[in-house]
Design a protein around this ligand. Sequence first.
Ligand code: PMP
Length: 391
Amino acid sequence: MKGRKLLMIPGPIEFEPDVLLAMSIPTTSHVSPDFINVFGTSLELMRDVWKAPKGQPFIVAGTGTLAMDMAAANLIEQGDHVLIIASGYFGNRFKAIAERYGAKTTLLEAPLGELVSLETIEKELKSKPYKALTITHVDTSTGLLTDPKPIAQLAAKYNTLSVLDGVCSVAGEAIHQDEWGLDIVLTASQKAIGVPPGLALLMASEKAMHVWENRKTPVPNYYADFSNWLPIMHAYEARKPSYFGTPAVNLIVALEVSLKIICAEGIDQRIQRHHNLAKAFRAGIAALDLDILPKTNTTAANTLTAIYYPKGINGADLSTQMSANAVIIAGGLLPELKATYFRIGHMGSVSSNDLLAVLGALERALITLGHPIKAGQSLQTFQETLLKNHR
Ligand code: PMP
């Protein structure tokens, strides 16, 4: 569509037309048989996407922060030790949330662009009995990707619950919740799940549900309490009417459409597409002599890329030029570094055509602003890298 801008920020993302269409249907009753079936199917499909056949899914109106809040509210009690493994901005958010529920937190952080080592994590887990640890799978502020599998194994070894903030990763990065032993994997609708903002999505393991059931004190948050939501999730899966808080009917109709699109592509194929596109995109960025925040390719996320501005180019000018070239990008998010980098999201339905458009727009913007590159440089590298992946 002429004049339409591509939304390439790390959430909200570009949504599938069928998902947007589902948002516009006449709103039905939350206890109508059709909607009950949509809700029930969405819960079932979540288990496929999370690879958590034994998990307990929750769909609640709210944002990713609510999903984090639900994890903390239901699992943590006053005085519990919680280990926060940070890789950017969102570690501090989890720390603040856990502390609100009385946790004594320890935050582990590596130098910028790097991840906390497994040795450091194990040393800390050995030092005191941690009730839970949190991992940010992809930190949207740095574009860093953490491998949750070995951390979940360590957590299990020390009888600690593992909570994965998958807001910027679920349906875009590999997750095998049951196999890896992750206790909570949470996300929000507006990212790789591909539904407009407004849904908090969470999957709890049997162990997490057991820990919650055996709490000594009530959950000190009414809206977040599993006690209120679990009967609702059970009822919808049993295709029975129920009510606690009015569900976000149209968003859930859209969620079912999107989960079906994800499962039709195949979750493994979808992750591979994210991987191939992100790898080619990073190669294209490197061909423009631009640096990314993560220090290595294996720790760079496949759902977004965080890129330093080249010398002499300021953020406002670049985003104005990009917008004039019909692509919306995001600025930096880490408070101390905000002005030095920008972010481009590439998750959900993203295609190679979208990324060619982004790189083309970026080249023109940079050349207009005086960055010494040749038009086509990143496009060629992107194409060649993609072709190599397919050989
Ligand atoms: N965690 C991560 C990794 C995120 O990227 C975000 C959102 N950018 C959040 C948590 C919070 O999600 P929300 O904005 O939906 O509350």
